[in-house]
Write a protein that binds this ligand. Structure first.
Ligand SMILES: *Cc1c(COP(=O)(O)O)cnc(C)c1O
Length: 413
């Protein structure tokens, strides 16, 4: 007899910066039958997913496809395929994920140049451009939305500045894709990495990426096809091949492109999930979806402030989908989080590094970004804070949020 119980994961209200709740339509798509990886029914889904991803990334790039693995797999695929040992890479850091970009570039032997600003700040774009002028890097890698600090770095002038100086601009838009504008072509970003488990509201396990011909040129120059499947014309001597097989974009694009050259076995059920996830995004409309994120953010923020709590990221560069709250003096932040989960089934996040123990982070991403979730988290947080003897203004938070919900003309749920 098997002593383990049948799978039965509890229902939660997930208000973290990922993973977030998944639309039931995505879960249904994941439970549909498996197809072979070269079945035309499946390759057709691959093509459709690429086309929908182009629209989500607002790009005309040929290449827009998912890397199998979590979001950092997308980051690693791009950086590993582009960076050769000794290449100069400039990485501005304003939170945890700038350190991750650095870590991955470093492991690829890059000559790293960092500039840092305090957690909670972002860079003046001119500072980055000036640094680029001085260093003359091959690559600028930067985070668009720092979930660790709830800040969003403007990129609209950085991309064009990179293009003028022939620097490759690589952007981690894991947290922002599907939740706010990420204008790949207009901002002249050369490669952009998105995430599934944040604003796309798909489970973790894939990382949609897109890149243009400037990146493709670098990648193709390092192309080496796996021996067991290569043909005569593939067998050329490459001086500095891409060091990873799994993350080799030159081979991956041959798998996702018309050649359909076998590489890994595509993650079937995850592709179903992503396809349905981006279909939902486009069905809602990008503009409408971004507005929805802003709208619920406003209701949450008004509620938090009415309770008498202070935001850590009450700034013009606030990330719309992450609201960081200062943990009130004398309150045990972890005890509050535990009680929220145990009594209400609500999950909010703590933070990392210098902000650990100082802030809570509430995510309003994708399918989790809904009115009933906002009202529920405000009500529960107030109740839990009262039980923790924190100084809060009672009875105000929900009223403030309801004021937003009732006075707006936007019909949203
Ligand atoms: C969540 C996140 C990641 C890492 O994602 P994993 O899926 O955990 O690998 C990277 N960058 C940013 C900005 C993120 O928010």
């Amino acid at each position: 007899m098997n002593a383990f119980q049948e799978m039965n994961s509890p229902l939660r209200t997930i208000m973290t910066p990922g993973p977030v709740e998944v639309d039931p339509r995505v879960l249904r798509a994941m439970s549909t039958p498996i197809l072979g990886q070269f079945d035309p029914a499946f390759t057709n889904m691959m093509n459709e997913t690429m086309e929908m991803l182009r629209q989500v990334f607002q790009t005309k790039n040929q290449w827009a496809f998912p890397i199998d693995g979590t979001s950092r797999a997308g980051i690693e695929a791009v950086l590993t395929s582009v960076i050769k040992p000794g290449d100069k890479v400039l990485i501005p850091i304003y939170g945890r994920f700038g350190h991750l970009l650095t870590e991955i570039a470093e492991r690829n032997g890059a000559e790293i140049h960092n500039i840092e600003c305090e957690w909670g700040e972002v860079f003046d774009q001119d500072v980055i451009i000036a640094e680029m002028e001085r260093i003359k890097p091959k690559v600028l890698a930067i985070v668009h939305g720092e979930t660790s600090t709830g800040c969003m770095q403007p990129l609209d002038r950085i991309g064009p500045a990179c293009r003028e100086r022939d620097v490759l601009c690589i952007v981690d838009a894991v947290a922002t894709i599907g939740g706010t504008e990420v204008k790949v072509d207009e901002w002249k970003l050369d490669a952009v990495i998105g995430g599934t488990q944040k604003c796309l509201s798909v489970p973790s396990g894939m990382a949609p990426i897109t890149y243009n011909d400037r990146i493709e040129k670098v990648v193709n120059a390092r192309k080496k096809v796996e021996r067991g499947i290569s043909t005569e014309s593939d067998r050329i001597d490459v001086r500095e091949p891409i060091r990873s097989n799994y993350f080799d974009l030159s081979q991956l694009q041959d798998y996702w492109g018309p050649r359909r050259l076998n590489h890994h076995t595509e993650a079937t059920s995850m592709l179903y999930a992503l396809r349905e996830g981006v279909r939902i995004v486009l069905q809602e409309g990008l503009k409408e979806r971004f507005e929805r994120h802003r709208f619920h953010e406003e209701a949450l923020v008004e509620g938090i402030k009415a309770m008498g709590l202070e935001l850590f990221n009450d700034v013009s560069w606030k990330l719309p989908m992450v609201t960081c709250i200062k943990i009130p003096e004398g309150v045990d932040g972890e005890s509050v989080r535990t009680m929220l989960l145990q009594q209400f089934g609500i999950e909010i996040a703590s933070s990392f590094g210098p902000l650990h123990g100082k802030i809570w982070r509430i995510g309003t991403m994708g399918y989790s970004c809904r009115k009933e979730n906002i009202l529920f988290v405000l009500a529960a947080l107030e109740a839990v804070l009262i039980r923790h003897k924190a100084q809060v203004k009672t009875g105000q938070a929900l009223q403030a949020a309801l004021n937003i919900y009732e006075t707006t003309n936007l019909v949203m749920n």
